[in-house]
Write a protein that binds this ligand. Structure first.
Ligand code: SF4
Ligand code: SF4
Length: 445
């Protein structure tokens, strides 16, 4: 694609980088077929190619974003299916990140939008505040239909995503070291993060048990917190970079102290962002090198587990698993085989979900900010999954787990919980009923 940025504009490293991305696009349109919003809406401006064109115009003119551009960029899930499909290697992720930042700096959203986005940016990254919000959501949940009638669909969507049980106060694990069982074979940091300790503490508990059982010491680095992914996708770049720097410092202290073989992440949305720290901070002289080093050490938990010799195990109960590939894992990190191979090795029957490239509608805060599209995508995803008649759904991202669980009665668990169970850990709690019904009762004679 031809571009017409001025020489002065190209002195800005961010513009220079986006210009390169724009020039790689040959407008072939292959990406439209796999874009969830184009599939649903059929509007070229809600396709990757259309959005790329809008972003090009907006950046070239260097003018405040218009309402039209904001509408179509806001509808983008950042699912990155377009990057997997694109034959020209267009790095859409960096382009749309730049566009979101430009929008945040130049466009004045309506007051209610600003308040909601500000609230999400403040509450979701703080486990204490987030738990409080979940508890309040639990109480207010029955009001969701009323909010729908009043036209407050985003508030209603938030309530519907609230889990059915009150979460326990999140444990602060930062600074804790979990020693390896037997001979120590490795040492890793595990991201504790912000949402996981409230909604799914069992995920990291399973990860720690599993790693320790296989000779890996685990540290939750002192001072680590939210990775910055949530605010990054809201275009709040200064906050995202500050959160990234905080975690880089925390992990660098561990790297240079007792040492780390890897930095493991059990939330694939966070993993994609941490792997991108090197790019995000490339122009920061104080952090560029450190950020690049952290990014090269970051691994999805299943990538790392695939390098270990997991103890011989077999599925404690033969189960059929529908494996939901989170977009951030399959498109963002290109981790596709590892979770399925690990589960298969454990003796589970693993089935791919038809239309697996399409997002479930979670996408960070998308299911709150764009509830109508998110609900359509969830319904489509759940229908595809349920056609497989699985016993359980496995996924590697808390956002997808919450989103899918809100639309189906099939239990949804993190992949690592199944792997922990198969190698000697407890059964994942959502499977308790299923497991007790499947445990074979010895025949009575
Ligand atoms: S597939 Fe790639 S090159 Fe083709 S239109 Fe989409 S982004 Fe551009
Ligand atoms: S990131 Fe996803 S929603 Fe956005 S343009 Fe690409 S395929 Fe479409």
């Amino acid at each position: 694609m031809q571009t017409s940025f001025t020489v002065t504009q190209l002195l800005d490293p961010q513009v220079a980088s986006s210009e390169k991305i724009l020039r790689a696009c040959v407008h072939c349109g292959f990406c439209t077929a796999t874009c969830p919003t184009y599939v649903l809406l059929g509007d070229e401006l809600d396709s990757p190619r259309g959005r790329i064109y809008l972003i090009k115009e907006m950046l070239e003119q260097d003018k405040p974003a218009t309402r039209e551009v904001v509408k179509h960029i806001d509808r983008c899930l950042s699912c990155l299916a377009c990057m997997t499909t694109c034959p020209s290697g267009v790095h859409y992720m960096h382009l749309v990140d730049h566009a979101r930042e430009h929008i945040e700096k130049t466009y004045k959203r309506p007051m209610t939008d600003r308040m909601l986005r500000g609230l999400l940016a403040r509450v979701l990254v703080d486990p204490g505040l987030f738990r409080l919000a979940v508890v309040m959501g639990l109480i207010a949940r029955p009001l969701a239909p009323v909010l729908d009638i009043l036209g407050l669909r985003r508030m209603a969507a938030m309530l519907r995503l609230t889990p059915h049980r009150k979460p326990a106060p999140p444990l602060d694990r930062t600074g804790k070291v979990y020693p390896a069982q037997g001979k120590r074979l490795g040492r890793v940091a595990l991201l504790s993060g912000c949402i996981n300790p409230v909604l799914a503490p069992s995920t990291n508990e399973a990860a720690i048990r599993l790693l320790n059982r296989h000779g890996i010491e685990v540290v939750i680095a002192a001072g680590e917190a939210c990775c910055g992914s949530l605010v990054h996708h809201l275009g709040r770049e200064d906050e995202a970079l500050s959160q990234a720097r905080n975690n880089i410092d925390a992990w660098t202290r561990e790297l240079e102290g007792a040492g780390l073989d890897a930095i493991l992440v059990t939330v694939s949305g966070c993993g994609t962002t941490i792997k991108d720290y090197g790019f995000m901070l490339r122009s920061d002289p104080a952090y560029a090198k450190k950020a690049a080093r952290i990014s090269t050490r970051a691994r999805d938990i299943t990538e790392y587990l695939a390098t270990l010799n997991l103890r011989d195990a077999s599925a404690p109960v033969p189960l059929t698993i529908a494996y939901h590939a989170a977009c951030s894992l399959q498109h963002g990190q290109k981790v596709m085989r590892e979770p399925k191979d690990l589960l298969s090795k454990m003796g589970f029957v693993v089935k791919d979900v038809p239309e697996g490239h399409l997002c479930c509608g979670s996408a960070g805060t998308y299911n709150i900010l764009q509830p109508a599209l998110a609900e359509q995508l969830r319904a489509r995803k759940v229908a595809s999954i349920e056609r497989l008649t699985p016993d359980v759904i496995a996924a590697g991202n808390i956002g997808c787990i919450t989103q899918i669980a809100a639309g189906t009665a099939v239990p949804v668990v993190h992949t690592v919980e199944l792997l922990d169970w198969a190698t000697g850990g407890p059964a994942p709690e959502p499977l308790a009923e299923l497991v007790s019904s499947r445990v074979s009762v010895p025949p009575s004679y």
